[in-house]
Structures are given as structure tokens and as C-alpha cells.
Design a protein around this ligand. Structure first.
Ligand code: ATP
Ligand code: MG
Length: 493
């Protein structure tokens, strides 16, 4: 597995973990928010219950106060109220001689609260810091609330507290003195508008808490289910992405291996071509060497030994062996692993290529026409570009020979536009059949005999130009034959 794959995998893992973290944060936030809302909602409902309870009591008090109290028949439980003794009409006798006694709002309300406490789910208590009736004595919490009312800061107070392991809402609202209250409370020194005390309401939170816990349970369950589904979905996507990444990598590796094999095959094919070219180029100097050696033998046979002549023969033989040696060097350079890009003149690369392949063209009577109009430099692997040129020219050579063209010709143009150096190589072998035009750059596509063609020449040329030299290669048919165009970027500096 290559480095890029590991980087991609690392990125995928990081992305997955980030999405997981974000998802967890969002779900945790949503859970917290919903639980908070639910608990606020139930607390508000309990508070509303307490307020309603107070309003109900207040309505009743107002009604009693608006009638100046109510007269009832005294019983053991409802005896004449000693704290109303200052009121002249506290006790009356009806025309039929029955006794009636006065109940003021506080008295009636206390009795209601004591007798029917359970019916409304709320326990009420009317109380004050300045008591008329000591039975209405406030507890510690009520004292705290009453003191707050007295300070004038607020007229309503509530708290959620636990008592004996149970939770309650404690609510209290101030009672403000009105005209109708003065009948009973004037003697305590109250004026209209004074805070006279308050009514406290205590409601157990059990029902509200039970409802709240059941709602929270549903919320937690829904979030948990969603979270599990989201994580499974995420994991599934992650797994699929990872599998496709591994498959991509395998495909890439396979292609790379194939490419390597093809490169090696093409190198071998090119090497074979080179050997035959060396042979071509050696044929001429070897023939010349043989000729001078024959001359020496003939002179000896004819007893015409002349030092000057012998020197000339030897010099010519040495010159030819130097040429043989130079040819070997040229080809060795061509196969030298050359991975460093160098700044080169494209026409120099072409010239070097022709110095290798030129002789073989000459021997096959192929005329070469060269038009060089670019003195620009490209930064490339020059040996690789040579391989491309050799492949194209070799194809042109093979085409003109195979089709028996009379005046065999290859035209090479090198010119430039603003950013590119362009090489075109044209032949007069009548062109490429339009039916195979799309396939000639495919690997192993050949129309030649297996002994001549492997079908790798143009594929490798395309690979080299596009992947190594950042250029493009294309082909079209002209009137006379095929025209290959290689476009390379200019070196900017
Ligand atoms: N100048 C040309 N004129 C006509 N046909 C051509 C020319 N150049 C290429 N072709 C066609 O394109 C095919 C593919 O060329 P390519 O160089 O890839 O393979 P090849 O020459 O058949 O074999 P290799 O180059 O591996 O020895 C050739 O078989 C030939 O049919
Ligand atoms: Mg070829």
C-alpha cells in the first residue's frame, strides 16, 4: 500500500471521528435541552397549580369579605370567634330565637383548608407576621417569605424543597389589605394597601415528577435509538468508504504493476530495436575497416610495403573504431536511468534521436525534412522524449516500407506558441485507417506481425508524454499520411 493510500485512510478516519464527535455533541445537546425544557415545563405546571389554588382561595375570601363575613349557626367546631370579639355584631339572634355567629374570611378559609385539604391536591395556610389568631402562626419557610413581602421587593415567592424525602413546591402570595378587610383588621393598625400576611400553598411534586420522569424516559429512549441508528449508519458508510478506498488502492497497485511490466517490455522491445540500429550503424564502419585491412594484406602480398601508406591505413582503421565506440556510448546513454529533469532544446533532443535512428532511415532510402523554428527550452527527461520520437519515427519508417511508398519521406517540424513547444512528425505512408484511429494508443494494439510489433510503442509514448513530461500527444491523418503532434510546456524561467 502506498503513502497516498495511508494519507487518504488517515483523512477518512479523522473525518469519521469528527463526524462522530459532532453527532455525539449534537445529540447530547438536544438531550440536555429537551430534559431541561421538560423539567421547566413540569415545574411551571406545579407553580401554575399553586397559583390557581391561591386564586381560588382569594376568590372565596373576596366573596366572604364583600359580604362583611358570613353568619352561621355556631357548632362545636364553629364556635364564636374570640378574635372577632371586638366586632359589635359578632353574634346575632334570629327572629325565631336561633343564635348566629360571624365568620370572617380568614376563619372560613382556614376551616375550608383544614376540612377539604386533599380535594384540590394542595394544602393552603393563611398566615401573617402580625397574627389575629395564634393558630395561624407561620412556619420557618413562611416567615422567610413574609419577610420578603414586608421588605416590599416581591409579592410572590416559591421554592422547590424536600421534606422527609419527598419533594414539594412551596408557594406563597401576599395578601394586600382592602377596604373590606378593615372590618376585622382595623384594630391591628392596618391601612388599605398594607401587606397583611399571605396564603401559602404546598403541593407535593410526586405527580409532576412522575410525569416528568416518564417524559424524560421517552426522550432519552428516542435519543438513544436515534444515536444508535446514526452510529450504525455512520459506521456502515465508513466501512463502505474504506472498502472502496482499499479496492481503489488495489486497482491502482495492479495498474501500476501492469504499467511497470509494460514499461519493462517496451524497454526490451526498444533495446531490441537499438541492437538492430547499432548493427546498422556498425555495418558501414566495419566494412570500411575490412577494406583498409584488405589494402594492408594486398600491399604485403605485392611487396609494396610503404610506411606512409601503412600509417594512413592504420589511421583510417582507428578513426572507424572510434566511431564504433561512440555509437556504443550513444546507446548506453539512452538506456541510462535518467530521472532528473534537465533544461534542453527540443531540437537538440530530435537531433540526438536522428543521430541514432537516422542511419537506418538513410539505409531504407527515407528522406528526412527538418524545419526547426523554436529555440525554446523545456524542462524534461530528454532520454524519455527521445524514446517517444524514436517510437513515432520508427512507426513512420515501418509504414512507408510496408506500403511500398515510392519517395519515402518523413517531415519533422518543431515550432512554438505562447506557452508550448510543438513537434509534428508527418509521413507519406497514406495514413492510419480511421477505424483503428481510436485504438492506436491502447496497450498491445498492433496491426503488425508479432515479430515486428508489440503494440506498446504509442501506448508508452502517450504514458511518457502525459505522465512524465506534462504534455499531450495526438494524431491525425493528412493528405499524404499520418501526422503525430507532441505538445510540451515551455520552461517558464
Ligand atoms: N505512421 C503510421 N502510419 C500508419 N499506421 C500507424 C502509424 N503509426 C502507428 N500506426 C498504427 O498504430 C499501431 C500501433 O502503433 P504502436 O507503435 O503502438 O505499435 P506497433 O508499432 O504495432 O508495435 P511496437 O511499436 O510495439 O513495435 C500500429 O500497429 C499501426 O497500425
Ligand atoms: Mg511502433
Amino acid at each position: 500500500m502506498n503513502k497516498l493510500f495511508h494519507i487518504k485512510l488517515k483523512k477518512l478516519n479523522k473525518y469519521y471521528i469528527n463526524v462522530l464527535i459532532i453527532l455525539t455533541i449534537v445529540i447530547a445537546f438536544s438531550l440536555g435541552w429537551n430534559i431541561y425544557n421538560e423539567s421547566t415545563h413540569h415545574k411551571n405546571a406545579a407553580l401554575e397549580h399553586a397559583r390557581n389554588s391561591f386564586v381560588k382561595d382569594l376568590m372565596f375570601r373576596k366573596w366572604v369579605a364583600s359580604h362583611g363575613g358570613v353568619y352561621v349557626f355556631p357548632t362545636e367546631k364553629t364556635s364564636p370567634n374570640q378574635y372577632l370579639a371586638h366586632i359589635p355584631d359578632r353574634d346575632l339572634i334570629t327572629t325565631t330565637g336561633k343564635k348566629l355567629t360571624l365568620m370572617n374570611p380568614a376563619y372560613t378559609l382556614r376551616q375550608l383548608m383544614e376540612d377539604y385539604e386533599g380535594m384540590y391536591g394542595a394544602k393552603g395556610h393563611i398566615t401573617s407576621l402580625k397574627l389575629l389568631n395564634p393558630r395561624n402562626k407561620p412556619n420557618d419557610w413562611e416567615i422567610k417569605a413574609l419577610k420578603l413581602f414586608d421588605s416590599g421587593k416581591q409579592k410572590e415567592f416559591h421554592e422547590f424543597l424536600s421534606k422527609d424525602g419527598k419533594k414539594y413546591i412551596y408557594y406563597m402570595k401576599a395578601l394586600v389589605t382592602r377596604e373590606s378587610c378593615l372590618k376585622c383588621h382595623k384594630q391591628q393598625g392596618y391601612k388599605v394597601g398594607d401587606i397583611r400576611g399571605g396564603v401559602s400553598i404546598t403541593i407535593p411534586m410526586k405527580k409532576y415528577n412522575d410525569d416528568m420522569y416518564s417524559a424524560i424516559y421517552k426522550i432519552v429512549l428516542a435519543h438513544l435509538v436515534f444515536y444508535i441508528i446514526a452510529i450504525l449508519g455512520l459506521f456502515y458508510t465508513y466501512k463502505n468508504l474504506k472498502i472502496s478506498l482499499i479496492e481503489q488502492e488495489k486497482l491502482y497497485e495492479e495498474n501500476r504493476r501492469k504499467e511497470e511490466v509494460m514499461l519493462a517490455q517496451s524497454r526490451h522491445a526498444a533495446m531490441g530495436e537499438m541492437i538492430s540500429m547499432i548493427a546498422h550503424q556498425w555495418r558501414q564502419p566495419i566494412a570500411i575497416i575490412a577494406m583498409w585491412a584488405n589494402n594492408i594484406t594486398a600491399d604485403i602480398d605485392m611487396d609494396e610495403i610503404d610506411d606512409e601508406n601503412f600509417k594512413k591505413y592504420a589511421f583510417n582503421i582507428v578513426t572507424q573504431t572510434e566511431h564504433l565506440s561512440q555509437t556504443i556510448d550513444d546507446f548506453r546513454n539512452f538506456f541510462r536511468p535518467d530521472k532528473k529533469r534537465e533544461k534542453v532544446l527540443i531540437k537538440d533532443v530530435m537531433e540526438e534521436c536522428l543521430s541514432v535512428i537516422g542511419k537506418s532511415l538513410e539505409n531504407n532510402n527515407i528522406e528526412i525534412e527538418k524545419n526547426y523554428q523554436s529555440d525554446n527550452i523545456a524542462k524534461i527527461h530528454s532520454r524519455e522524449l527521445m524514446q517517444v520520437y524514436i517510437n513515432i519515427i520508427k512507426n513512420a519508417k515501418e509504414a512507408v516500407i510496408e506500403r511500398n511508398i515510392k519517395d519515402k519521406k518523413i517531415i519533422i517540424d518543431i515550432y512554438e506558441d505562447k506557452n508550448h513547444i510543438i513537434t509534428t512528425i508527418k509521413d507519406n505512408a497514406l495514413g492510419i485507417d480511421e477505424g483503428i484511429m481510436q485504438k492506436i494508443f491502447d496497450p498491445y494494439f498492433t496491426t503488425k506481425n508479432v515479430k515486428i510489433g508489440t503494440g506498446l510503442g504509442l501506448y508508452m509514448s502517450k504514458t511518457i508524454v502525459e505522465k512524465h513530461l506534462n504534455g499531450t500527444i495526438s494524431v491525425k491523418n493528412t493528405e499524404d499520411g499520418a501526422c503525430f503532434t507532441v505538445i510540451l510546456p515551455k520552461d517558464k524561467k
